[in-house]
Design a protein around this ligand. Structure first.
Ligand code: SF4
Ligand code: SF4
Length: 412
């Protein structure tokens, strides 16, 4: 694609990066075929090719409008288009730049600003989010059915900790909302890693990966979360922690991107690059250490529909390894149609774009439940929460399926 970005913009790293991405796009439109929002609305402006064109216009100096903002907001950042693109267009980086420019140029209505601000003030802070959730859980019995579906019931959790210390050590990112919504995921992770000969450390001063702020166009706030995590992890990294393990596939791409986001920060660039090199999705660490004999066989060969989150299959390009481990353990994986499509969760998307999000969730659940699974397994807390109140079968993180198969363990 030919571009004519202004010279002063081309003198900045962001401008040069955007120009290079635009020039890679040959405007073929293959990406539209796998774009969930284009499939729903049929509008070229809601597809990746149309969004790339809108961002190009803004970068070239055309005024951004609320219509531009609407079509960029509707993007799930699912990155299915990147997986499909034959030219390797780095769409999400261009989208980040485009969104930031449009955010500066187009003021949002007051209510929308307040909603976004509230999400940023609440979600990344467990000390704020947890009491709000607990209050909702307390009131759950008297909530109307529609609200009740949004508030997960509090569950009993097996908090048994591994007793052994292993030579192999990793850091575990606790995350922000996951410990309150589904604490069993990280507890199960500690035990599964232990069964595979790995000790996991949790640094109390670490927290939100920064993705909530980053995807709400608050990049400086996001960078502050990233720096805080780097500071919290650095002593353990210096002492030989071999990986930073992330159990939410929605957070892993963000940590893997610290090096890029903080590349211009003289004080943190090198450390951020090292952290990104060490960042691993839990599936990568468990599959690399996986030994069939560390687990007993699954009882009853439960039928599992695996929902591979976009952040796993497109964001991290990890495909098939969770399914392979589950199959080795005796689970039956049911076929899932349109497995490449987003479930509509996409971070705060389900709150900010409820209509598109609901349509995508209903389509996804129909695909997942089409072959009568006993359970849906996934890899991201966002997808799990988005689907679980509406699914006919339980929705769990896949690591929870391995936990009860550790000899002598009763599971979560
Ligand atoms: S992003 Fe890739 S698939 Fe989409 S129009 Fe450009 S080159 Fe074609
Ligand atoms: S990231 Fe997803 S929703 Fe956005 S343009 Fe690409 S395929 Fe469409």
């Amino acid at each position: 694609m030919q571009t004519s970005l202004p010279t002063d913009l081309l003198e900045t790293p962001l401008g040069r990066e955007a120009d290079e991405i635009l020039r890679n796009c040959v405007h073929c439109g293959f990406c539209n075929a796998t774009c969930p929002t284009y499939q729903l609305t049929g509008d070229e402006l809601d597809g990746p090719r149309g969004r790339i064109y809108q961002i190009k216009q803004v970068l070239e100096g055309q005024a951004a409008t609320s219509t531009t903002q609407l079509h960029l907001d509707r993007c799930l950042t699912c990155r299915a288009c990147e997986t499909t693109c034959p030219s390797g267009v780095d769409y999400h980086r261009l989208l980040d730049t485009g969104r930031a420019l449009v955010e500066q140029a187009v003021p949002r209505p007051l209510l929308e600003r307040a909603k976004r601000r509230l999400l940023r003030l609440l979600l990344p802070y467990p000390s704020r989010f947890t009491p709000v959730l607990r209050m909702g859980q307390l009131l759950r019995p008297v909530l109307p059915a529609s609200l009740k579906q949004q508030v997960p019931a509090r569950q009993a959790v097996n908090t048994a900790r591994p007793r052994q210390a292993h030579a192999r050590t990793v850091l575990l990112l606790d995350g922000c909302v996951q410990p309150a919504l589904a604490p069993q995921i990280n507890h199960a992770t500690l035990r599964v890693l232990d069964a595979l000969g790995i000790s996991a450390l949790r640094e109390r001063n670490s927290g939100c990966c920064g993705a909530v702020s980053y995807h709400l166009n608050a990049s400086e706030e996001a960078k502050a979360f990233m720096r805080r995590n780097i500071d919290a992890w650095w002593p353990a990294i210096e002492q030989g922690a071999e990986a930073i393990v992330v159990t939410a596939s929605g957070c892993a791409p963000m940590v893997k991107d610290y090096g890029h986001v903080l590349s211009a920060d003289a004080a943190y660039a090198d450390k951020a690059r090292r952290v990104s090199e060490l960042a691993k999705d839990i599936s990568e660490v468990v599959s690399a250490a996986f030994r069939r004999e560390a687990f007993t066989q699954a009882g009853g060969a439960a039928r599992i529909a695996f929902h591979s989150p976009c952040t796993l299959q497109h964001g991290q390009r990890i495909s098939g390894i969770v399914e392979d481990m589950l199959a080795q353990l005796g689970f039956t994986l049911t076929a899932v149609a349109n497995a490449h499509l987003c479930c509509g969760s996409a971070g705060t998307y389900s709150i900010l774009q409820p209509e598109l999000s609901t349509a995508l969730r209903d389509n996804k659940l129909a695909s997942l439940q089409g072959n009568q699974p006993d359970m849906i397994a996934t890899a991201n807390i966002g997808c799990l929460m988005h689907m679980s109140g509406h699914a006919d079968v339980p929705v769990r993180h896949w690591i929870e399926l391995l936990d009860p198969l550790i000899p002598g363990n009763t599971g979560t």
